[in-house]
Design a protein around this ligand. Structure first.
Ligand SMILES: [Fe+2]
Ligand SMILES: [Fe+2]
Length: 252
């Protein structure tokens, strides 16, 4: 199975970047399954029904979220019928699921998302224990885990914890692609972060002037998406048969 995973699509610029670069991804990195992180698609925070439909129209098989999962309350109305995976280690009464099955031909891929706890302010269960529980009697042809976390150390720790137990561990959330795509010692494919999709010259997708003001004045500001016509797209291709992982990045 060849799986392309596209990093956090941020606001309208993210949609424009998909429009522009996805044909190149399809051409340069042919894949059977397309996964997209969509936690920032609704003006930077969360996902609305129309955004979900947009991602599906690009051919996504499933959409993962993250700490901004429920920033748009509208998600509560459609998460149960959508191909959406939110972090597995939210409290048990949180709507939606942290695990989804994606079929391709006769094969079944299981997609999970787990969220780290360091510098994240959500009420999260222990990610290691949540993964143990989910993987205990799991059967699938391939298993891929989106690790949504702030620190490289926690992502690597989760990668090594899952080494030999899943096919791939793919990091999201920090929006800057890391240059460490590798096969871990027990065979799991790994990258710390696949990057983001949206404005090239914003600050992680947000308007750079507003974000700068926050740093220089220390005053609270409302971050808005960077308006631009200069784009980037970050992602990774995983081949579960060849056991290979390759990061890709496109930009203007
Ligand atoms: Fe994000
Ligand atoms: Fe995030």
């Amino acid at each position: 199975m060849r799986i392309a995973f596209i990093g956090d699509v941020y606001a309208e610029a993210g949609i424009q970047a998909l429009e522009k670069f996805l044909p190149k991804v399809r051409n340069d990195h042919p894949h059977d399954i397309l996964l997209i992180n969509g936690e920032n698609i609704a003006d930077g925070l969360g996902i609305r029904r129309k955004d979900y439909k947009t991602l599906m129209s690009f051919g996504a098989h499933a959409v993962t979220l993250g700490n901004h999962a429920f920033s748009k309350r509208e998600l509560f109305d459609f998460i149960d019928e959508a191909n959406i995976v939110r972090p597995l280690n939210y409290p048990k009464d949180t709507p939606g699921e942290g695990l989804m099955r994606v079929r391709f031909n006769e094969q079944e891929l299981v997609l999970l998302q787990i969220m780290g706890r360091i510098f994240m302010h959500d009420p999260l269960n222990n990610p290691f224990e949540a993964l143990d529980e989910a993987l205990e009697s799991l059967e699938a042809d391939a298993v891929i885990v989106d690790v949504h976390a702030e620190t490289t150390s926690e992502k690597l720790a989760l990668g090594h914890y899952l080494d030999g137990r899943v096919d791939a561990v793919v990091g999201t959330h920090t929006h800057v692609q890391t240059n460490d795509a590798m096969t871990l010692p027990k065979g799991t494919l790994y990258i710390t972060d696949i990057g983001m999709t949206g404005a090239k010259y914003g600050i992680l997708g947000a308007d750079k002037d507003t974000a700068l003001k926050k740093f220089t004045t220390g005053m609270p500001v409302r971050l808005r998406p960077q308006k631009t016509d200069i784009y980037q797209l970050g992602g990774v291709l995983i081949d579960t048969e060849k056991r290979s992982i390759e990061n890709f990045h496109y930009s203007d």
